[in-house]
Design a binder for this molecule. Structure first.
Ligand SMILES: [Zn+2]
Length: 100
C-alpha cells in the first residue's frame, strides 16, 4: 500500500466516525440506547426493569402489576414522559438507559 492510498483510507474512516457522532448528537441518542432491555450495558446484569409511564396508584393496580413492581420488573416512571425518559433500569447498579 502506498502512502497516498493510506491517507485516503484513513480520512474516509475518520469522516465516517465523525458522521456517526453527528447522527448521535442530532438524534440525541447515546450508544447505550442501542442496547435492549435484556442485559445491563454497564454491569451485564440481567436483573433489568422496564419503566412504564402513566398514572400509577398502588391502591388501584391489579395484583400482577403490583407483584411486578415489587420484583423490579416494572418501574413506575410517573405520568409525564420526557424526551429523555429512560426505558430500562438495572436493578443491580441503578444505571438507566434507552428511550421511551
Ligand atoms: Zn447494571
Amino acid at each position: 500500500m502506498n502512502k497516498k492510498k493510506g491517507i485516503v483510507i484513513t480520512s474516509t474512516i475518520i469522516t465516517t466516525i465523525i458522521l456517526i457522532v453527528i447522527c448521535f448528537i442530532v438524534f440525541n441518542i447515546s450508544p447505550y440506547d442501542l442496547y435492549g432491555g435484556d442485559r445491563c450495558p454497564k454491569c451485564k446484569s440481567t436483573n433489568v426493569g422496564t419503566f412504564f409511564y402513566g398514572e400509577y396508584d398502588p391502591e388501584f393496580e391489579d395484583s400482577i402489576t403490583l407483584a411486578k413492581v415489587e420484583e423490579g420488573v416494572l418501574i413506575p416512571g410517573g405520568c409525564v414522559i420526557d424526551y429523555d425518559s429512560p426505558k430500562y433500569r438495572c436493578n443491580d447498579c441503578s444505571f438507566m438507559w434507552g428511550k421511551y
